[in-house]
Design a protein around this ligand. Structure first.
Ligand SMILES: [Zn+2]
Length: 218
Protein backbone atom coordinates (compact mmCIF):
# COMPACT_ATOMS: atom_id res chain seq x y z
CA UNK A 1 0.00 0.00 0.00
CA UNK A 2 2.87 2.33 0.74
CA UNK A 3 4.27 1.67 -2.73
CA UNK A 4 0.83 2.33 -4.12
CA UNK A 5 0.62 5.72 -2.39
CA UNK A 6 4.11 6.57 -3.62
CA UNK A 7 2.95 5.75 -7.13
CA UNK A 8 -0.02 8.08 -6.73
CA UNK A 9 2.23 10.86 -5.53
CA UNK A 10 4.50 10.34 -8.51
CA UNK A 11 1.55 10.64 -10.88
CA UNK A 12 0.35 13.75 -9.12
CA UNK A 13 3.46 15.58 -10.28
CA UNK A 14 2.86 14.73 -13.90
CA UNK A 15 -0.84 15.54 -14.08
CA UNK A 16 -2.06 18.99 -15.13
CA UNK A 17 -3.71 20.83 -12.23
CA UNK A 18 -7.08 20.85 -13.96
CA UNK A 19 -7.31 17.08 -13.68
CA UNK A 20 -8.78 15.53 -10.60
CA UNK A 21 -6.11 13.80 -8.62
CA UNK A 22 -7.41 10.82 -6.80
CA UNK A 23 -5.98 9.76 -3.52
CA UNK A 24 -7.09 6.44 -2.13
CA UNK A 25 -9.46 8.17 0.28
CA UNK A 26 -11.23 10.24 -2.35
CA UNK A 27 -11.30 7.24 -4.64
CA UNK A 28 -12.99 5.20 -1.95
CA UNK A 29 -15.45 7.99 -1.37
CA UNK A 30 -16.68 8.16 -4.95
CA UNK A 31 -16.25 4.70 -6.37
CA UNK A 32 -17.10 2.34 -3.57
CA UNK A 33 -20.32 0.99 -4.99
CA UNK A 34 -19.47 0.11 -8.52
CA UNK A 35 -20.64 -3.47 -8.60
CA UNK A 36 -17.81 -4.63 -10.82
CA UNK A 37 -14.29 -3.37 -11.43
CA UNK A 38 -14.03 -0.65 -14.05
CA UNK A 39 -11.66 -2.72 -16.13
CA UNK A 40 -11.71 -6.47 -16.42
CA UNK A 41 -9.87 -7.74 -13.38
CA UNK A 42 -6.80 -9.78 -14.08
CA UNK A 43 -7.24 -13.38 -13.09
CA UNK A 44 -4.78 -14.51 -10.48
CA UNK A 45 -2.69 -17.20 -12.14
CA UNK A 46 0.07 -17.34 -9.54
CA UNK A 47 0.40 -19.78 -6.70
CA UNK A 48 -2.51 -19.34 -4.26
CA UNK A 49 -0.55 -21.00 -1.42
CA UNK A 50 2.19 -18.36 -1.69
CA UNK A 51 -0.35 -15.52 -1.85
CA UNK A 52 -2.12 -16.84 1.27
CA UNK A 53 1.22 -17.11 3.09
CA UNK A 54 2.05 -13.53 2.07
CA UNK A 55 -1.28 -12.11 3.29
CA UNK A 56 -1.06 -13.96 6.62
CA UNK A 57 2.52 -12.81 7.13
CA UNK A 58 1.55 -9.21 6.28
CA UNK A 59 -1.48 -9.41 8.58
CA UNK A 60 0.65 -10.74 11.44
CA UNK A 61 3.13 -7.90 10.94
CA UNK A 62 0.48 -5.19 10.80
CA UNK A 63 -2.69 -5.68 12.81
CA UNK A 64 -1.41 -8.90 14.40
CA UNK A 65 1.53 -7.05 15.90
CA UNK A 66 -0.72 -4.33 17.31
CA UNK A 67 -3.11 -6.89 18.73
CA UNK A 68 -0.32 -9.08 20.10
CA UNK A 69 -1.26 -12.05 17.98
CA UNK A 70 1.20 -13.65 15.63
CA UNK A 71 1.45 -15.60 12.44
CA UNK A 72 -1.01 -18.46 12.33
CA UNK A 73 -1.45 -21.70 10.42
CA UNK A 74 -3.78 -22.20 7.51
CA UNK A 75 -5.03 -25.29 5.69
CA UNK A 76 -7.14 -26.35 2.75
CA UNK A 77 -10.50 -27.50 4.15
CA UNK A 78 -14.08 -28.29 3.15
CA UNK A 79 -15.24 -24.81 4.07
CA UNK A 80 -13.78 -21.33 4.53
CA UNK A 81 -13.67 -20.18 8.17
CA UNK A 82 -11.45 -19.46 11.14
CA UNK A 83 -11.08 -22.33 13.59
CA UNK A 84 -10.72 -20.57 16.95
CA UNK A 85 -9.75 -23.77 18.77
CA UNK A 86 -6.82 -24.80 16.60
CA UNK A 87 -6.17 -21.14 15.60
CA UNK A 88 -6.15 -22.13 11.96
CA UNK A 89 -7.53 -20.41 8.89
CA UNK A 90 -9.45 -22.91 6.80
CA UNK A 91 -9.82 -22.22 3.08
CA UNK A 92 -12.00 -24.09 0.63
CA UNK A 93 -10.05 -24.65 -2.62
CA UNK A 94 -12.94 -24.19 -5.11
CA UNK A 95 -14.08 -20.94 -3.48
CA UNK A 96 -10.56 -19.53 -3.45
CA UNK A 97 -10.02 -20.48 -7.08
CA UNK A 98 -13.29 -18.81 -7.99
CA UNK A 99 -12.20 -15.65 -6.16
CA UNK A 100 -8.91 -15.81 -8.03
CA UNK A 101 -10.80 -15.14 -11.27
CA UNK A 102 -11.30 -11.59 -9.96
CA UNK A 103 -7.61 -11.29 -9.12
CA UNK A 104 -5.37 -11.39 -6.09
CA UNK A 105 -7.35 -8.68 -4.27
CA UNK A 106 -10.44 -10.86 -3.84
CA UNK A 107 -8.37 -13.76 -2.45
CA UNK A 108 -6.46 -11.38 -0.18
CA UNK A 109 -9.70 -9.93 1.18
CA UNK A 110 -11.03 -13.32 2.26
CA UNK A 111 -7.71 -14.35 3.87
CA UNK A 112 -7.49 -11.00 5.71
CA UNK A 113 -11.13 -11.42 6.83
CA UNK A 114 -10.33 -14.84 8.33
CA UNK A 115 -7.19 -13.46 9.98
CA UNK A 116 -9.39 -10.71 11.41
CA UNK A 117 -11.43 -13.39 13.21
CA UNK A 118 -8.17 -14.53 14.82
CA UNK A 119 -7.59 -10.95 16.05
CA UNK A 120 -11.18 -10.80 17.31
CA UNK A 121 -10.77 -13.95 19.39
CA UNK A 122 -7.68 -12.42 20.95
CA UNK A 123 -8.99 -8.93 21.57
CA UNK A 124 -12.59 -8.12 20.71
CA UNK A 125 -15.25 -7.46 23.26
CA UNK A 126 -17.78 -8.54 20.66
CA UNK A 127 -16.77 -12.18 21.16
CA UNK A 128 -17.79 -12.31 24.81
CA UNK A 129 -20.35 -9.55 24.70
CA UNK A 130 -23.84 -10.63 25.66
CA UNK A 131 -25.08 -8.84 22.56
CA UNK A 132 -22.79 -10.89 20.37
CA UNK A 133 -24.25 -11.76 17.04
CA UNK A 134 -22.76 -13.18 13.90
CA UNK A 135 -23.44 -10.16 11.73
CA UNK A 136 -21.64 -7.73 14.03
CA UNK A 137 -18.64 -10.05 14.22
CA UNK A 138 -18.57 -10.54 10.46
CA UNK A 139 -18.81 -6.83 9.69
CA UNK A 140 -16.08 -6.09 12.21
CA UNK A 141 -13.93 -8.73 10.49
CA UNK A 142 -14.55 -6.99 7.13
CA UNK A 143 -13.52 -3.65 8.64
CA UNK A 144 -10.41 -5.21 10.23
CA UNK A 145 -9.59 -6.84 6.87
CA UNK A 146 -9.53 -3.35 5.34
CA UNK A 147 -7.09 -2.14 7.99
CA UNK A 148 -4.90 -5.20 7.46
CA UNK A 149 -4.83 -4.87 3.67
CA UNK A 150 -4.12 -1.14 3.79
CA UNK A 151 -1.35 -1.58 6.36
CA UNK A 152 0.67 -4.55 5.10
CA UNK A 153 3.94 -3.65 3.42
CA UNK A 154 4.62 -6.97 1.74
CA UNK A 155 1.68 -6.72 -0.70
CA UNK A 156 0.19 -3.74 -2.56
CA UNK A 157 -2.97 -3.11 -4.53
CA UNK A 158 -3.72 -0.72 -7.39
CA UNK A 159 -6.99 1.18 -7.75
CA UNK A 160 -8.66 -1.54 -9.83
CA UNK A 161 -7.69 -4.10 -7.23
CA UNK A 162 -9.08 -1.97 -4.39
CA UNK A 163 -12.31 -1.73 -6.35
CA UNK A 164 -12.31 -5.49 -6.93
CA UNK A 165 -11.81 -6.05 -3.23
CA UNK A 166 -14.82 -3.91 -2.36
CA UNK A 167 -16.88 -5.65 -5.07
CA UNK A 168 -15.85 -8.99 -3.56
CA UNK A 169 -17.04 -7.87 -0.12
CA UNK A 170 -20.31 -6.73 -1.71
CA UNK A 171 -20.77 -10.06 -3.49
CA UNK A 172 -20.32 -12.20 -0.36
CA UNK A 173 -23.11 -10.37 1.43
CA UNK A 174 -26.41 -12.18 1.95
CA UNK A 175 -30.07 -11.44 2.49
CA UNK A 176 -30.71 -14.22 5.00
CA UNK A 177 -31.76 -11.62 7.59
CA UNK A 178 -33.44 -14.07 9.94
CA UNK A 179 -30.77 -16.73 9.74
CA UNK A 180 -28.44 -17.05 12.74
CA UNK A 181 -25.58 -17.17 10.25
CA UNK A 182 -26.47 -13.89 8.50
CA UNK A 183 -23.18 -12.12 7.70
CA UNK A 184 -24.71 -8.82 6.64
CA UNK A 185 -26.03 -7.45 3.35
CA UNK A 186 -23.50 -6.75 0.60
CA UNK A 187 -23.74 -2.99 0.98
CA UNK A 188 -22.78 -3.19 4.67
CA UNK A 189 -19.93 -5.58 3.98
CA UNK A 190 -18.55 -3.23 1.29
CA UNK A 191 -18.96 -0.24 3.65
CA UNK A 192 -17.21 -2.06 6.48
CA UNK A 193 -14.25 -3.02 4.30
CA UNK A 194 -14.10 0.48 2.82
CA UNK A 195 -14.00 2.04 6.28
CA UNK A 196 -11.14 -0.23 7.31
CA UNK A 197 -9.24 0.59 4.11
CA UNK A 198 -9.73 4.31 4.74
CA UNK A 199 -8.65 4.00 8.36
CA UNK A 200 -5.58 1.94 7.46
CA UNK A 201 -4.49 4.00 4.46
CA UNK A 202 -4.83 7.24 6.45
CA UNK A 203 -2.77 5.68 9.27
CA UNK A 204 -5.70 5.90 11.62
CA UNK A 205 -6.65 9.49 10.87
CA UNK A 206 -9.92 8.83 9.09
CA UNK A 207 -12.49 7.32 11.41
CA UNK A 208 -15.76 7.65 9.56
CA UNK A 209 -19.22 6.82 10.86
CA UNK A 210 -18.98 3.31 9.50
CA UNK A 211 -15.62 2.79 11.17
CA UNK A 212 -17.26 3.31 14.53
CA UNK A 213 -20.23 1.18 13.61
CA UNK A 214 -18.33 -1.73 12.08
CA UNK A 215 -14.70 -1.72 13.29
CA UNK A 216 -15.55 -0.69 16.82
CA UNK A 217 -18.92 -2.44 16.75
CA UNK A 218 -20.65 0.57 18.29
ZN1 LIG B 1 -16.21 -14.39 8.79
Amino acid sequence: MRRFIQLLNKHKLRLPYSKIVFTLSTFLAVNAFTALPSKAAIEFTGDIDTLVDTVIEGAANSMGKVAGTGKIKWAWCEDTYYNSISKTICLEPKFMKELGKAGKAAISFVVAHEYAHHVQYATSKLISNAQRNTMRLELQADCYAGIILASTDNISFNLDEVQTMIAAAYSVGDQAYDDFNHHGPGENRALALRSGLRYGSSKGEIKDTYYKMFCLGK
